[in-house]
Design a protein around this ligand. Structure first.
Ligand code: CIZ
Length: 371
C-alpha cells in the first residue's frame, strides 16, 4: 500500500534533537488538554517520552475514546492503529498520524480486495454461510468492515482464543457458529491459537492469496477448520528456535517469553506465550534476579530492561529487530504535526469512511461482546 508522506520543511529536518524537544514541549503546553499523544509499546524512546498514554493498539484506541475532551489524538503508532482510533473516537475528535508512511507490513499483506476475491472463490467450493471471517486487530479498517459485514469479528493477540472458540465452538460441547474460519492476516497467531485449542495440523491450511483457490485443492478447503491467510509480522517471524537454544545455553535458569505472532516452533520452545500486555506482566511478575529472554519488538524489550532494574531482560534475537515502520514516527514528524496544530493546521489526519467505520465498529463490538 502506498501512502505518501510529503517531505518535511528544513526547519524540522535540519533541527537538532534539543530544538525538536523544545518545540514539542512548547506545543504540548500550548495545546494542553486539547491534545492527547498516544505511544504504542513498540515506539522509540525519543517519541515515547512525550506520550500521555502507552499501550497496545486496541488499548490506546479505547483510551482515546474515553478522553472526549481531547480534540486532537496524535497516534504514535502505525496506520491501522490510527484508523482504529478514528473508528472508536467521537466524530469531533481528530486522529493524526505524524508520518503517513508508518504502515504495518502485516496489515498490508491482506488487502481487502484480495480477501473479497478469496471469499468469492470459497463460495464456489464450499457453503460460505458456514465460514466466519476473523481479522486480527492488525488490519485495515476496510478489512475489519468486511469481517463485520460477513458476521465475523476482530481479535487481538490477547483474545484470539476466545474469538476462535466463539466461531468454531469449544471442543467441550459449546455450539459452533460455523464449520470454518478464514483467519486474516497473521497465519502464526491463527495457527498458535488453534493448536492451543486442540486443533492439529490436519485441521488447518494456509491460504496463499497469490495462488488460485489459495493454492489449495477443493478437498483441503472443505476439510480444514481453519484457513490461515499467508501473512506474517516481519519482526516476530525473525525469531527462531535456535535463538531460544542459545539463550538457554547461556542462562539455564532463564525464562523465555514470546509473542504469538512468532512461528509455532518458536512458541513451542518458549516457557510463556502471550500478547504485548502479557509480556509486560510476565516481566513484572518474574522474581528479582530473573533473566528473561523475550521474543518481541526491540524497543519494548529495551524499555522493559531499563524499567526493571532488579531483572535482566534481553531480546532473543541478537541482531536486534525493530519495527521499522513504527520507527518512522520520529521527533521531526511529531514536532511538525504538533506545531501545525498550534498554528491551526491539522496535518496528516486519518479518517475512515463513515460506512466502513460503521461496519468496522460492528466487528470490534462483536469482539468486545465475546471477550
Ligand atoms: O495490537 C498490538 O498493539 C500489537 C501489535 C501486539 C499486541 O500483542 O498487543
Amino acid at each position: 500500500m502506498i501512502r505518501l508522506q510529503r517531505p518535511l520543511p528544513e526547519r524540522y529536518t535540519h533541527a537538532s534533537a534539543a530544538e525538536l524537544a523544545e518545540w514539542i514541549g512548547a506545543a504540548k503546553r500550548a495545546l494542553g488538554d486539547r491534545l492527547l499523544i498516544l505511544g504504542h509499546h513498540y515506539q522509540r524512546d525519543d517519541v515515547m517520552r512525550w506520550a500521555d498514554a502507552r499501550g497496545d493498539s486496541f488499548g490506546l484506541s479505547r483510551i482515546a475514546a474515553t478522553r472526549r475532551d481531547a480534540e486532537f489524538v496524535v497516534f504514535c503508532g502505525v496506520h491501522f492503529m490510527a484508523e482504529s482510533a478514528d473508528v472508536l473516537t467521537a466524530d469531533e475528535q481528530q486522529v493524526l498520524l505524524p508520518d503517513l508512511n508508518a504502515g504495518c507490513s502485516m496489515a498490508d499483506m491482506a488487502d481487502v480486495d484480495d480477501v473479497e476475491d478469496a471469499w468469492r472463490d470459497l463460495a464456489h467450493v464450499t457453503d460460505i454461510a458456514r465460514i466466519v471471517p476473523i481479522t486480527y486487530m492488525n488490519s485495515s479498517a476496510a478489512l475489519k468492515a468486511f469481517v463485520g459485514r460477513h458476521g465475523g469479528a476482530v481479535c487481538t493477540s490477547s483474545n484470539a482464543r476466545a474469538v476462535l472458540r466463539w466461531a468454531l465452538g469449544s471442543r467441550d460441547g459449546e455450539e459452533p457458529r460455523a464449520d470454518k474460519v478464514l483467519f486474516v492476516p497473521d497465519q502464526h497467531l491463527g495457527r498458535n491459537t488453534a493448536y492451543d485449542l486442540g486443533y492439529t495440523a490436519d485441521d488447518m491450511a494456509v491460504w496463499d492469496p497469490r495462488l488460485e483457490l489459495g493454492g489449495l485443492g477443493e478437498e483441503a478447503v472443505k476439510s480444514s477448520s481453519l484457513l490461515l491467510w499467508k501473512g506474517h509480522c516481519s519482526v516476530h517471524q525473525r525469531f527462531r528456535p535456535a535463538h531460544i537454544a542459545d539463550f538457554r545455553a547461556r542462562h539455564p535458569d532463564g525464562i523465555v517469553v514470546v509473542h504469538p505472532e512468532c512461528a509455532h516452533d518458536v512458541v513451542d520452545a518458549a516457557d510463556q506465550v502471550g500478547s504485548t500486555d502479557f509480556i509486560i506482566r510476565a516481566v513484572r511478575d518474574a522474581p528479582p534476579g530473573a533473566v528473561i529472554g523475550v521474543g518481541t519488538e526491540i524497543h519494548l524489550v529495551k524499555r522493559l530492561d531499563d524499567e526493571s532494574p532488579d531483572k535482566t531482560v534481553v531480546c532473543l534475537d541478537p541482531l536486534v529487530c525493530p519495527c521499522s515502520t513504527m520507527s518512522r514516527i520520529d521527533p521531526m514528524h511529531l514536532a511538525w504535526v504538533l506545531e501545525g496544530l498550534v498554528e491551526g493546521e491539522v496535518r496528516n489526519r486519518i479518517t475512515v469512511d463513515p460506512q466502513i467505520a460503521q461496519w468496522a465498529r460492528v466487528a470490534l463490538e462483536r469482539m468486545l461482546s465475546i471477550t
